[in-house]
Design a protein around this ligand. Structure first.
Ligand code: F6R
Ligand code: MG
Ligand code: MG
Length: 382
């Protein structure tokens, strides 16, 4: 029997700023998903949140991009957004970019990570959900989990994993994808995915038998819309154990609070801090960027669990390091590299400042030839 796991998320408004999802909006989404379960549209579901993002975790047997499942998610977000509006929550309905649903949710605002697979006798999965960052934030841990033997012992000592993994990378500037094999194309892979704003790891497969091991929500809406239209706080599914990385090898990749873009106003780098569900709230400088990991087993399409994986003193030092990094990088104030490069900033006054000052710039030399559009006086960013 094939099962599809669909993790679909949206920011439909939150309490006291872009801080945390309100329980009444979760209750509204729950009504819709409970009904969909009664009507056999979905087999099972779990609803949660990370920061201001409402997370719908659903199982069913309808495959990826299924109209009924996506419509269910859309209705859940719409109902939750209605409650958010009634309560006067902040940025109510933020990620619902269209008034009506048509076919599936791609390009409509919500982030989507879906995977259809043949259930193994035991099917452990980990669902990662991050707030105040973007899809490329999973590039580094995915590399560590599936290609770095210093992280994942199984790459060396488990015969099924020894051949390595295939990474499907999406170029979100060109809309093209490429499959790269590890270990043999490791350096090519790193050359691309080290630019996570452009090259995003979307799927990972086990090379030995093409079994899909991971999927990431990859849409970057501002690149689709040409302007800022909401944060693409990303979700990721990773299957674990039995010829795939062990649960602990997956979690090990998050023991360094590496820097990701998306903090304060979507315009700053900050350390990604793995937290328990109870700490999944954006506070300091609207962050720091946070990551929750929930572990489930899937049996006959039912979700067994979850367990809150970062609710553990083994991650206390990682969090402490994240706070030290946050203190350090905050001291840069409005300077790069804390502030993002201009092209990547969620909103920027730079064109306005340049416009205001343009008559005061005095021509000195023709020596400097390169003029990226964001610095040009003609640029018209919103
Ligand atoms: C939202 C985010 C926040 C907001 C900031 C300003 O995802 O990252 O840091 O950008 O709170 O919000 P507005 O512009 O809505 O007042
Ligand atoms: Mg928000
Ligand atoms: Mg968010």
């Amino acid at each position: 029997m094939k099962t599809t796991l669909s993790v679909i998320k949206a920011d439909i408004g939150s309490l006291a700023g872009h801080h945390v999802v309100h329980p009444d909006t979760i209750a509204a989404a729950n009504k819709i998903l409970a009904e969909a379960k009664r009507n056999n549209v979905i087999s099972d579901y779990y609803i949660t949140y990370v920061g201001d993002d409402l997370q719908l975790i659903m199982t069913h047997n309808r495959g990826e991009l299924d109209t009924k499942v996506h419509e269910t998610a859309w209705n859940a977000f719409k109902e939750a957004a209605k409650v958010a509006k009634d309560l006067g929550l902040y940025a109510a309905g933020q990620d619902l970019l269209s008034d009506s649903f048509s076919g599936n949710l791609r390009g409509m605002g919500p982030g989507i990570a879906e995977m259809e697979f043949e259930e193994r006798p035991a099917e452990p999965v980990v669902i990662f959900m991050a707030d105040k960052t973007e899809p490329g934030a999973y590039n580094l841990p995915l590399y560590k989990i599936f290609a770095d033997p210093f992280n994942t012992a199984g790459l060396v000592i488990d015969p099924t994993m020894h051949e390595g993994y295939k990474f499907e990378v999406l170029d979100v500037y060109e809309g093209e994808s490429i499959i790269l094999n590890t270990p043999e194309e490791t350096y090519d892979l790193l050359a691309l995915i080290g630019t996570p704003s452009r090259y995003i790891v979307r799927r990972v497969y086990r090379k030995a038998d093409n079994l899909q091991a991971s999927v990431v929500s990859v849409e970057r809406l501002n690149l689709i819309a040409g302007k800022y239209v909401g944060k693409d706080d990303p979700v990721m599914v990773v299957r674990a154990q039995h010829g795939l990385p062990a649960l602990g090898e997956i979690l090990e990749a998050f023991t360094v609070p590496y820097l990701v873009p998306g903090w304060m106003r979507g315009s700053h780098y900050g350390p990604l801090m793995p937290v328990s569900q109870k700490d999944a709230r954006a506070t300091r400088f609207d962050g720091p960027p946070r990551l929750v990991g929930l572990g489930f087993n899937i049996k006959n399409g039912k979700l067994v669990g979850p367990t809150d994986l970062f609710d553990d003193p083994a991650f206390d030092e990682v969090r402490r390091t994240a706070v030290i990094i946050a203190d350090y990088i905050r001291k840069h104030g409005p300077f790069m590299p804390h502030r993002l490069e201009p092209q990547e900033m969620e909103y920027t006054t730079l064109p306005l400042v340049i416009e205001k000052l343009k008559n005061r710039f005095k021509k000195e030399t023709d020596m400097y030839k390169t003029k990226p559009s964001v610095y040009s006086h003609e640029s018209s960013h919103e």
